[in-house]
Design a protein around this ligand. Structure first.
Ligand code: PMP
Length: 355
């Protein structure tokens, strides 16, 4: 708190990112990174770009990267916006498209950055409860509002919403922007990109951080009608060019040229997820059906905070949110098979004797 800060800042509770821990042999399953990393072609492109060209400013229009995204999704260049991670893209989205002096709607259990952006930009937030199975009920998203944002698949639950529901949601709000945050869509969700032609109010946000293994590069993007993209560009134009740097543009662009790596690694994550879910259920956990690169699980006999602490003492990090409705859940990133074996061994140990 400071009297020199804007009142908005004084009311803001910042987002708390997943913890880092400097210990040897850390098993890091708390921030949904991809255990297989990026395509070797992306790494090569970054190395190639890290030469004399760094003397030069990056392309202010990010044309090569936006073209690669447009081609991958069968869109026009004018329908693609890029930023430093989807977190930055989402910041622009709240500022440019969701700030109408009316509350923005999102689920009560979802990505915890949404309320932070609302606070930061002075936007009212109205949460809509998930049903008893932790699913999004789109019927709750009608009526006057400033827009809607849904993560699909949702985080941290991992549950995916069928496209038919997204389409119903778009019809409920024809005059407001509906943002679908598809950070995890490549692990089993259905992308709403193919609804873009029919719905000028739809904006789909994706990231290179999860299925493309490039969380450290910070590249995310939004896809929508040229009208929505122009709105985002208005905000961005205050800084006169796309913010993505040369290395990030080179690596992200090259990643789209290696579909084999993308396919191979996302299939591996999904296979491990299935084995991990089965093993957790055998240990007595309830595991929600995941369409993401993490699982959301609770054990009826053990406190989630205690389990997370016990894992941490064994150099294994998972995510535990002290939030209503989900405080008994752990969110566990799908790592390599070895990571998951270490996790399961530790959980077997922790749950061996009743709490
Ligand atoms: N949306 C959701 C639902 C997420 O879980 C995350 C990752 N924490 C992001 C967006 C942001 O990802 P990034 O900024 O790395 O693109």
């Amino acid at each position: 708190m400071s009297r020199f800060w804007s009142p908005l800042l004084n009311q803001l509770t910042p987002y708390v990112p997943g913890e880092q821990l400097a210990v040897p042999h850390l098993v890091k399953l708390n921030t949904n990174e991809n255990p297989y990393g990026p395509s070797p072609r992306a790494l090569q492109a970054i190395a190639d770009a890290a030469g004399d060209a760094l003397r030069l400013y990056p392309d202010p229009h990010a044309t090569a990267l936006r073209t690669a995204i447009a081609q991958r999704h069968d869109l026009a260049l004018s329908q693609v916006f890029v930023g430093n991670g989807s977190d930055e893209v989402l910041a622009h989205v709240f500022q440019a498209l969701l700030n109408h002096g009316q509350p923005v709607l999102f689920p009560d259990v979802s990505y915890s950055f949404y309320p932070v952006y609302c606070k930061l930009y002075g936007i009212q937030a109205r949460t809509v409860p998930l049903n008893e199975r932790f699913e999004i009920e789109v019927a709750g998203y009608g009526g006057a509002c400033g827009g809607v944002i849904i993560a699909n698949p949702n985080a941290p639950t991992g549950l995916a919403l069928p496209l038919a529901d997204i389409e119903r949601l778009l019809q409920l709000q024809p005059d407001r922007v509906v943002v679908i945050d598809e950070a995890y869509v490549d692990f089993g969700g259905e992308s709403a990109v193919r609804l873009l032609g029919r719905h000028p109010n739809l904006l789909v946000v994706q990231t290179m951080s999860k299925s493309r293994g490039l969380a450290g590069l910070r590249v995310g993007y939004a896809m929508g009608s040229a009208e929505l993209v122009q709105g985002l560009e208005r905000v961005k134009e205050s800084f006169n060019s796309y913010p993505v740097d040369r290395l990030a543009m080179a690596g992200a662009t090259a990643s789209f040229a290696d579909e084999a790596w993308f396919e191979h690694t996302r299939q591996a994550v999904m296979r491990t997820r299935s084995a991990l879910s089965t093993s957790l259920r055998e240990l007595g956990f309830e595991v929600l059906p995941s369409s993401t690169n993490f699982v959301f699980a609770r054990h009826p006999g053990f406190d989630a905070g205690w389990l997370a602490q016990g894992l941490k003492q064994r150099a294994i990090l998972v995510r535990h949110f002290r939030l209503p409705r989900i405080e008994q859940f752990l969110r566990i990133t799908v790592g390599t098979d070895e990571d998951c074996a270490a996790l399961l061994a530790a959980l077997r140990d922790l749950t061996a004797t009743p709490a």
